[in-house]
Design a protein around this ligand. Structure first.
Ligand code: SAM
Length: 277
């Protein structure tokens, strides 16, 4: 009979967050596959658990995946842990899950901390609908394209970021998403220096222009708002812009005045373009 893969969450900074079920799961495992074996060894040592460990990370996931599957097929139970938090969230765990499913091997989870969800609930931003965006690319063009692709998304947006990349990322967010949006920079969750900075993107850029980011960060940003949606006129003609207001019940004269204000144009220019004079 095949063994089972256990996706086991571990603390994201505070050892008190380890669950009794995850400790039991470690104890019954035949092997623990860890993204960072040194970090996992510290955790196991702290709880006086001794188990064989193997590394499973981005750079060895192909060969290690096959090895782990062969162990599972021989009836061994394998526990997968991320370097912190929940495996398969922004780490190669998702590939191992896929491989298990393809090989008819059972997968189960032992839930626990996830940095993104804890940052979201502390952000003060809407939690009802959110989108997890993970890490942005280190490549500037890809990072901008990613942000462009979500700039009209109305969900609250969650990003993971390394401290040395934070300033560049905030600059790109300011350029693509605009500086007025609310942002929460959630750092060092569950640790002594846990901190949530709630401000606008402009203020965050200014703050980190003068202060160096330290520790691990989750960035939470409010989704596109109706104010930005109102700026949809940038994509439409003056005629359609005036018509848009008229359809909202605004009289034609007033609509022309509003369009002139929105676009920073003289009223007569909007009037003549609308009437094709
Ligand atoms: N699997 C993890 C989870 O469940 O959240 C995330 C792993 S991902 C490789 C690591 C990133 O998670 C960090 O770069 C940071 O953005 C975020 N992170 C992890 N621990 C954190 C903490 N204590 N405080 C803030 N962010 C944290």
């Amino acid at each position: 009979m095949n063994g089972k893969l256990y996706l086991c969450a571990t603390p994201i900074g505070n050892l008190g967050d380890v669950s009794s079920r995850s400790l039991e799961t470690f104890k019954m495992a035949d092997l623990i596959a860890a993204e960072d074996t040194r970090r996992t060894l510290q955790l196991l040592n702290h709880f006086e658990i001794s188990k064989p460990l193997t590394s499973y990370h981005e750079h060895n996931k192909h060969e290690k995946g096959g090895y782990i599957i062969s162990l599972l097929k021989s009836g061994k139970n394998v526990v997968l842990v991320s370097d912190a938090g929940t495996p398969a969230i922004s780490d190669p765990g998702e590939d191992l899950v896929k491989l298990c499913i393809e090989n008819d091997i059972d997968v189960t989870s032992v839930p626990g901390p996830v940095a993104g969800i804890n940052a979201l609930i502390l952000s003060g931003l809407p939690t009802r609908r959110f989108a997890f965006e993970g890490f942005l690319s280190v490549n500037k063009r890809h990072r901008r394209e990613h942000l462009e692709s979500i700039k009209n998304d109305t969900h609250t947006l969650i990003f993971y970021e390394a401290p040395h990349k934070l300033k560049n990322t905030l600059n790109d967010m300011q350029k693509v998403l605009g500086g007025g949006r609310k942002i929460a920079l959630v750092r060092e969750l569950t640790k002594i220096h846990e901190e949530v900075k709630r401000c606008t993107i402009d203020e965050a850029v200014e703050y980190y222009g003068e202060n160096n980011p330290r520790g691990e960060y989750v960035i939470v940003i409010e989704g596109a708002t109706e104010i930005e949606e109102e700026n949809d006129w940038e994509e439409i003609s003056i005629y359609d812009h005036v018509e848009k207001y008229i359809k909202e019940g605004i009289p034609q004269k007033e609509a022309i005045k509003k369009v002139a204000q929105d676009r920073g144009l003289p009223k007569r220019e909007v009037y003549s373009q609308y009437h094709e004079i």
